[in-house]
Structures are given as structure tokens and as C-alpha cells.
Design a protein. Sequence first.
Length: 170
Amino acid sequence: MTASTDTDQALPAKSHFTVVPLSDALAEELSTWRYESPYDFYNWSTWEVMQQLGIEFGDAYVREQQYAAVTSDDGRLIGFAQFFPLLGVTRIGLGLRPDLCGTGLGLPLVQAIVAEAIHRAPTDIIDLEVHVWNTRAIRTYERSGFIITDTYAKQTATGSVDVHCMCYAP
């Protein structure tokens, strides 16, 4: 499967998004997304590598338990979510298809993912981590009801990065 390039038909800002299981086909499509610098930090390995190494949504069990696709009214993949369970907390990770960034669709994407997190674990706190330099995402999360509750260094495969922890507090 190739990356989505359905940009000839723009999605309206009032699109209804649905959170659905992340199938193999959608996971393969997701792995082809490529963000421009400085957001290229969020690019995935190829689908083949992810499956061979059993990492992230390349592991069928992890994909089924933690990952979901976010689709538009017409069924196009527009984003993804990860629902990482911690004790009493659902930590979410998410991404919007690169060609849709900056189009006003971040807010409805986050709202759909938060609604799904609440549905999955209604009593959990919902939080997320975001790189401190990602002001575009931070603004969207704040507009969605998240507040910065902590800032710390986090170890990643490429070294230490500073992140904000943001909690949902509508």
C-alpha cells in the first residue's frame, strides 16, 4: 500500500472522525507517512522493518491492544492514536497525516481520540507527552483541554529530549 495522497479532495474542518482498529493495511499506510523537518523525528520505520523487529504497531498484539486508526467520513486514514495504559492513566500518542498538518484538523482529531480514551477507560486520567519545541502541537492540545503539568528530560533512541507532560482537564 502507498501513502495517502488524496489531497485533491480536502477534508472539511467540520469532518466527523471515527476511531477504528488499526488494520494491517492501515498500519502499512501509516508507516509510509513522512513529515518534513523538524517533524521528521516522528517518521516511522518501513512496515517491513517494523514487522521484522516486532516494534510498535508492527507487533500484531501491541497494535490490537494499543493502536487505532482515525478515519474521515469517507473512510480515509487521517490520523492514528496510541492508548498506552498506565495505572489509572491512559497516555495517548497521536499523529495527523503529514499532508493534513496545518489545515485545522488537529483539534477534531484530538477530540475524537480523547472521546475514545474516555470510552475505553472512563475513570482514567488522560495525558500525553509532547516535545517542548513542538509549539504547533502544544497549541492544539491546549485548545483541546490539555494543560502542561510537568516538563522533564526523556530518553529516546536518539538521545535525551525535553518534553512536557500535558493532562486533559476540560
